[in-house]
Each structure stands twice: as C-alpha cells, then as structure tokens.
Design a protein around this ligand. Structure first.
Ligand SMILES: Cc1ncc(COP(=O)(O)O)c(C=O)c1O
Length: 490
C-alpha cells in the first residue's frame, strides 16, 4: 500500500485530471480551456510554483484564507505538535483544552470588555446559520434584514440573505421574510426596524462581493437603532475579520459592539476548516436562560484539535507581527498605486475596499475601439471586461486575482499580510501593463476573454455580430506563446 507521500508524488501532476473526472468536471474543463489550469506542485508564503518552476504571486489566497501565506511554519508546527502529543480529541463529555485557549485569545483581541463567549463551527456559512438561529430563538421574531450585494454563505438561512439574486436562482422559496436594504442608508434601516418585528440585522463591515465599505457612522447609528427596537446586530466577519480590513474585527474597529460576530477564513491559517461566533455576555446569558433542553449548539467536529491548534497559532502570529499596522502600510501602498493608475486610464471607474480587501471597478472607456469591445462583451456578461483583466493577470503576469461576484465588472485582490513592498510593485506594474495593453492594437480584452473561463461570453458575442467583425479584434489566434510578458516571477 502506498504512503500518503508516495500517493501525492504519483498523482500531483495529474490531480487536475482526477478532479475533472470525479469532482468538478465542468469547472476544470473551463479552467483548462481558458489556460488557467496551471498545476501547482508547491506553495510557500505568497507564492505558488508549477512543475516547470514557474512562480505565481497569489493575491487570491484560497478566497482569503491565507492571510499568513501558505504553509506558514508556525501553523504547521502547531499541527505537528498536536499529532505528536496524541492528546485526546472530540471527547464530547470533556472540555477541550485547545478550544478554551483559542476562545480566550479571540476574546482578548476582540476586547474582553466587549465579548465573553465563543462557539465554534466548521465553516463560514455554518456560523451565519448559528447567528440566525440564536437571533430567532432570543427575539421570537422571524424577520431579518440584510444588505443588497451581501454574501453570507450557501446554507439555507445564509443563502436566504444573499444580496445577489443570481446565487438564489432555482432555490426559492427560501427562508421567509428576509428583507434586503441598501448599505449605508440609515433611513431605510430605521424604517424597517421601526416595525418592531426584526430578529436580526446582518451585515459585512466590508462586503466580500461588492467591496462596499460600511461607513463607521452608519454602523454606530445602526447599533443604537438595533438596541432601541430589540434587534440583534450581527457582523459577518467571515472574510473581513482577523485584520483583513485592518483591525482585528472590522465592526469593533468602527467603534461598534454587535451582539454577535462571525469569523472563519483566516482563522486557521488556511489549513483546517474552522469558524467561530463571538457573543456578548448578554446574548449568552439570554440564550441559556431561555434554552432548557440540552445544548443549544453542538457540532461534532467544531472544536477538533487540529482546527483549534492551527487557529491558536494563527491568532498568536497575527498579534506578534502587529498585523493591523502592517495591513495599513500595505493597503496604502496598493491603494495609492491603484489610484495613480486610475488617473491615467479612463477605463478604471473607482478603487474600492479597505485594508487588504481591495478592488477596482471598470467602466466604458472613451477610446472608441476599446469602448466598442467593452460594449460587445458586456452585452453578453456585465462582468466580462473584469474577467478579461483577471485572465490576463494570471496568464500574462502570473498573478492570481479574482472576479468579486456575478455580473460585477471588477477585479478583486486579497493579498496576504506577508506581502512585500516588491510584490506590491510587481502587482501594480502588471496591472498597469494589462490595462495599458487594451489601448493598443496588439492586445484585446475580447481576445483575452476567449481564453478565459467565460468562454460562453465570446460565443454569445460572436452570435450577436455580423460575420468577420470579431476577427478585427483578434490580430492572431490565441496561442501558448501569448503573454508571459513579465518574467520576474519565473
Ligand atoms: C462574508 C462571508 N460570509 C460567509 C461566507 C461563507 O463561508 P464558507 O464558504 O466557509 O461557508 C463567506 C465565503 O466566502 C463570506 O465571504
């Protein structure tokens, strides 16, 4: 029988094929067609390496989990220690040493005067569901308010509060009486809360999809209103928490004290699934006074030793490196650089986000050739231009970025806190090169998208046009020698 090492060595370069066969047939095919299916065989810090030795800068970070970079030595050591010590795991009838330690560390960074209890879960969406269940139970109300453009996960309660209708398609009816409201519109929030029937108001301090930042003034007024009308304020910091936007908790940093805060992604250094819900003493006491029969919350694997140990190491590391301060420095460099590029290219509409959760929205250029391509692409898919930029950043410059959400004409980055000044410079140069290239005849966003994973967009555009027009945007057929312009990452 093969050891794990032997199995990995044997399969690592065909992993994409096995996944294509058994796990993600459609997705892998699209990635391959778009030239985005690089097989990475090593990961270290902010970099991924392919079997050919190509180096990629990872500003996507597994969807925001690798704030400390991949395979962080401290997190790895914590996992090894737990396995080597052979301490008991999941005893159920016994308190978990590591769960208690992690809870204390999380409460310390949140401010022990603010929060006193922590419940653990296995994923972000599970932590959302926990808060929804608690809010219903405590208030005995059924209505929830969520923000347009919000994302809180994909379980039933979470998807019911998803502010992107596309993600709910085909799943209705979902949880009843969940009302979307506009972000940063305090009058709208007040109007809805006044009805006195709202169990919870859930929000992300910085929205993961739209990258809209909630104004601290709005949050502070919202806190007062929620108290006044007996509604629980729930801050979803699954993505925005643990220094991603600067402070350890975005809401606390904005000067508010929501009833519950969820965290997940960054929490275990990307190594083991984990999530946590921090709650105030009032919420905890109310829950346990009302709940008489058995535990109000339990999940088999939630406090497993590996997740707890990885999370302890991660929180300790974030504290020791003073992550909030480093995030501010990197954020300023990135934002200033992006604003400077924006001033030179009219296709950039605005720079958005906060901390290391940043993005750029695009708009129609005044350059006629480029504007025509943009309109053609976007008639088929609102986010097509952003998708082209995303493809070029990866294929030409070996930088992983992402499209923030469906139909959003934008590019998003989630760089790790270990990003260097040199990485920032490399990213900014690559981004400027990508944008500048669309103003030349040599490069075309339509052609880029043709190798991207929204291939269907190109087909739709082709179908809508007189024969031959599209080829004028395609000086030569897409080929493997296209791109890889910048070689510093090799
Ligand atoms: C703000 C927010 N909440 C919840 C979730 C769901 O987390 P998970 O994918 O771990 O269920 C996500 C995931 O991206 C998120 O960004």
């Amino acid at each position: 029988m093969s050891s794990m090492k032997e199995m990995i060595n044997e399969h690592i370069h065909s992993s994409a094929h096995l996944s294509k066969k058994h796990v993600h047939p459609r997705l892998m095919k699209l990635f391959e067609a778009g030239g985005l299916a690089s097989v990475y065989d090593r990961a270290e810090g902010q970099y991924l390496f392919t079997e050919n030795g190509d180096k990629y800068l990872d500003f996507l970070g597994g969807g925001g989990v690798f704030m400390l970079g991949r395979n962080h030595p401290r997190v790895k050591q914590a996992l090894r220690d737990v396995l080597d010590l052979e301490i008991p795991n999941l005893c159920v009838t016994n308190a978990s040493i590591l769960g208690g330690l992690l809870a204390e560390k999380l409460l310390n960074v949140a401010g022990p005067e603010n929060y006193s209890k922590v419940f653990f879960a296995n994923s972000g969406t599970e932590s959302t569901d926990m808060t929804i269940r608690f809010a219903r139970f405590l208030t005995r109300r059924r209505r929830f308010l969520y923000l347009e453009g919000a994302f809180h996960g994909r379980t039933y309660a979470a998807i019911s509060m998803c502010g992107m209708p596309q993600l709910r398609d085909g799943m209705e009816p979902l949880m009843p009486i969940c009302t979307p409201i506009k972000a940063n519109d305090i009058n709208m929030l007040r109007r809805e809360l006044k009805a006195g029937d709202v169990a919870g108001f859930i929000f992300e301090p910085v929205q993961g999809m739209t990258l809209e930042v909630l104004d601290p003034g709005y949050l502070r007024e919202a806190e007062i209103l929620c108290k006044q009308y007996g509604t629980l304020m729930i801050s979803d910091e699954v993505q925005a928490g643990l220094c991603r936007t600067g402070p350890f908790f975005g809401s606390v940093g904005a000067g508010v004290r929501p009833s519950m805060i969820t965290v997940s992604k960054i929490l275990s250094g990307g190594q083991v699934p984990v999530a946590a819900v921090l709650m105030t003493e009032e919420v905890y006491q109310a829950l346990f006074q009302k709940f008489k029969s058995g535990p109000i919350y339990f999940s088999t694997f939630a406090e497993n030793n590996l997740a707890m140990a990885a999370a302890i190491a991660t929180v300790d590391e974030l504290v020791e490196i003073d992550a909030p301060a480093r995030v501010e420095v990197l954020s300023k460099l990135l934002k200033d650089g992006l604003e400077k590029i924006k001033s030179n290219y009219d296709v950039i509409d605005r720079v958005v986000g906060k901390g290391l959760m940043l993005g750029v929205y695009f708009k129609d250029s005044n350059n006629l050739a480029l504007a025509l391509q943009q309109r053609l692409m976007m008639s088929a898919d609102q986010g097509a231009f952003g998708a082209a930029v995303n493809v070029d950043m990866q294929v030409k410059h070996r930088i992983l970025t992402q499209i923030p959400g469906p139909n959003l004409n934008a590019l998003k980055i989630l760089p790790p806190v270990i990003t260097t000044e040199e990485d920032v410079q490399y990213f900014l140069e690559a981004f400027e090169d990508t944008i500048a290239s669309y103003y030349t005849v040599q490069s075309s966003p339509i052609r880029s998208i043709s190798r991207g994973f929204v291939n269907q967009t190109l087909k739709n555009v082709k179908g809508a046009l007189p024969a031959g027009i599209l080829s004028s945007f395609m000086p030569k057929p897409a080929s493997d020698d296209d791109g890889k312009k910048n070689t510093r990452m090799s």
